[in-house]
Design a protein around this ligand. Sequence first.
Ligand SMILES: Cc1cc2nc3c(=O)[nH]c(=O)nc-3n(C[C@H](O)[C@H](O)[C@H](O)COP(=O)(O)O)c2cc1C
Length: 241
Amino acid sequence: MDNSSSQHDPRVRADQIDDGLFRCGSLLIGMTGSVGVTLMPNYVAYLRQQCARRVTVMMTRSAQRFVTAYAMRIYSGNWVFTNTFQVDGDIKVPHIELTRAADVFLIMPADANIIGKAANGICDDLISSSILASAAPVVFVPSMNRVMWESAVVQINVKRLRKLGHYVIHPGPGHEVADLQPTFGAMPSLPNVLIQLRDILSQKADSPRHACARDPAPQTICANDDHGRLPANPSDGAART
Ligand SMILES: Cc1cc2nc3c(=O)[nH]c(=O)nc-3n(C[C@H](O)[C@H](O)[C@H](O)COP(=O)(O)O)c2cc1C
C-alpha cells in the first residue's frame, strides 16, 4: 500500500497555493481505508480554515483503523459521520441531508473498494450511499499501491466513474508503507489536489447539475466569505492542533 506521507510534508505552504484556487461553501469529505488517510487531519484543518465555510467528514470503518473519528471531529470542528443510521445534531438521515447541503463531495482518500462500489452502484455503507444520493459533484482522490492502481479492474472502474459524471483526480508517486519502496498511485499532496479540483470543477461551471447555486462567479467554484482571497499567512492553517 502506498505511503504518501513519507513523501509529502502535510503542511501546506503559502507559496504552494495560488489565490483564487478552490473555494467552497460546504465541503463534504468521505474518507476511506487507504493509509493515505493519515494525512487527512492536517488537510482537513487547512480546508476548514482556508477553503470552505463548513467541512463535514464521513469515515468508513477501515478509515477509522488509521485515524479516529474523534480526531476528525476535532480537526474539522464539526460532527463526523461513520454510520448510515447515525443521528447527530440536526442530521437524521445523513446520506440525504449531508449531500443535499454539500457544494462538493470529495472522496479523499478513495481506496480501490469505494471506487469499485461507486462504479457499480453499490450502497452498503454511508459513503457509498451518499455518492449515489449526491447531486453535488463527486470528486475521487485515489490512493493505493501501483499494482492496485494499474489493475484492469480499477482502471475499468475509474473509466466508469468518469462516464457516470464523476471526477477522478490523478494519483501520483509515493512509497509503499510496508517496505518504503517507490510506488505510484498515491494520493497527491493537498496543493496538487486543490489545483486539479479547481481545473475539474471550473470546466463544469456551466453544467446545471454541477454549477454552484451559491456563487455564479465564473472564476470561483463556490461562494466564500472572502471571495477567493487567502489570509496573509495561509501556512498557519496547515497544522493547527
Ligand atoms: C495497512 C493497510 C493499508 C492499506 N492501504 C490501502 C490503500 O492505500 N489503498 C487501498 O485501496 N486499500 C488499502 N488497504 C485496504 C483497504 O483498507 C481495504 O480494502 C478495506 O476493505 C477498505 O474498506 P473501505 O473502503 O470500507 O474503507 C489497506 C489495508 C491495510 C491493512
